[in-house]
Design a protein around this ligand. Structure first.
Ligand SMILES: Cc1cc2nc3c(=O)[nH]c(=O)nc-3n(C[C@H](O)[C@H](O)[C@H](O)COP(=O)(O)OP(=O)(O)OC[C@H]3O[C@@H](n4cnc5c(N)ncnc54)[C@H](O)[C@@H]3O)c2cc1C
Length: 149
């Protein structure tokens, strides 16, 4: 069947789709996001998809089938698929709002964590699951002494 119509993909992240499991590698390898991308740069173009990146959707109006972006631009849709993922919740541990604590769900957060590491020699990773147990390896490569809780 011939494809017709248009398809736009909107994301508030500025990067094409990348591997979240590998963002902790970025902290020490200073890899560019391209090295952990799932798809080549021309992927969307080849499938006639218009990526609108770095644009947060702030409101959806189902009755008029429109949505509003952060910059106030209004887009019309015929079909809308919401695939907004999830945001990590900080556990209710008193003191965890202290600015030295961080959660790294995206490449941007990993990049920010990398910036924060300058001059840091000790860190505690709370949560010894798959991600928590990978992070100490990467942090120790940049000389940070890690306690895994
Ligand atoms: C560090 C880390 C490691 C992980 N490791 C693994 C693993 O090893 N194996 C595994 O199976 N899973 C792993 N996961 C989980 C996996 O990445 C997620 O389950 C998966 O990414 C969910 O896909 P999704 O498309 O539902 O959401 P996401 O990948 O979160 O994509 C949703 C996108 O929507 C964007 N968005 C949200 N709201 C808006 C808005 N209002 N406007 C515009 N854009 C918006 C978000 O910024 C995001 O880019 C890991 C997750 C993290 C954070």
């Amino acid at each position: 069947m011939e494809a017709d119509g248009t398809l736009a993909l909107i994301s508030d992240e500025v990067h094409h789709v990348y591997s979240r499991p590998r963002i902790s590698e970025h902290i020490t390898a200073r890899a560019s996001v391209d090295s952990i991308s799932y798809r080549p740069q021309d992927f969307y173009h080849n499938y006639a998809v218009n990526p609108i990146l770095g644009a947060a959707v702030v409101e959806v109006y189902p009755q008029s089938k429109t949505l509003k972006l952060e910059d106030k631009q209004i887009l019309y849709y015929r079909k809308l698929l919401l695939a907004t993922g999830a945001s990590p919740a900080k556990p209710p541990i008193p003191g965890l709002t202290y600015q030295g604590s961080t959660i790294s769900p995206s490449f941007r957060h990993a990049f920010e964590l990398e910036q924060k590491l300058a001059g840091i020699r000790q860190a505690v990773v709370i949560g010894g699951g798959f991600i928590g147990s990978k992070l100490p390896k990467h942090l120790s490569k940049v000389g940070v002494q890690v306690t895994l809780n």
